[in-house]
Design a protein around this ligand. Structure first.
Ligand SMILES: [Zn+2]
Ligand SMILES: [Zn+2]
Length: 123
């Protein structure tokens, strides 16, 4: 895993770090080194999760089919935490941890498992 020059990971939400590790493993499987192109640096939309350390962007230019990669990444990362949103942008994949996403019933993601959801009534 590498970061593009100028990328700031400082302040990244701790769970985002584990999402990065999983994303890195997916990229490795596909024969590419994961390159983070943005995290807490740079300019993003006004209410972007980037400013809260809950989003990062990943390089896609070495893939023939970035769409397929983003779908695969979405499946893996949602299994880690169902709040993960993976969005294919024009020249990168945007990954965010959206705290407003509610869990689905019987969610089997690691996050819900750790928190013992299914017994407790909280989301
Ligand atoms: Zn982004
Ligand atoms: Zn869940």
């Amino acid at each position: 895993m590498k970061c593009k020059d100028g990328v700031t990971l400082r302040g990244l939400h701790w769970r985002m770090r584990s999402l990065l590790m999983y994303a890195s493993a997916v990229y490795e499987d596909l024969g590419q080194e994961l390159v983070v192109t943005s995290a807490l640096d740079g300019e993003h939309g006004t209410y972007s999760w980037h400013y809260f350390g809950r989003a990062f962007d990943l390089r896609t230019r070495y893939f023939d089919d970035p769409k397929e990669v983003s779908v695969m990444l979405g499946l893996v990362l949602e299994y880690v935490d169902h709040r993960t949103q993976v969005v294919l942008e024009e020249d990168h994949i945007h990954v965010e941890l959206d705290s407003t996403v509610s869990r689905h019933e019987d969610c089997a993601c690691n996050y819900c498992y750790e928190r013992g959801c299914g017994q407790a009534g909280e989301g």
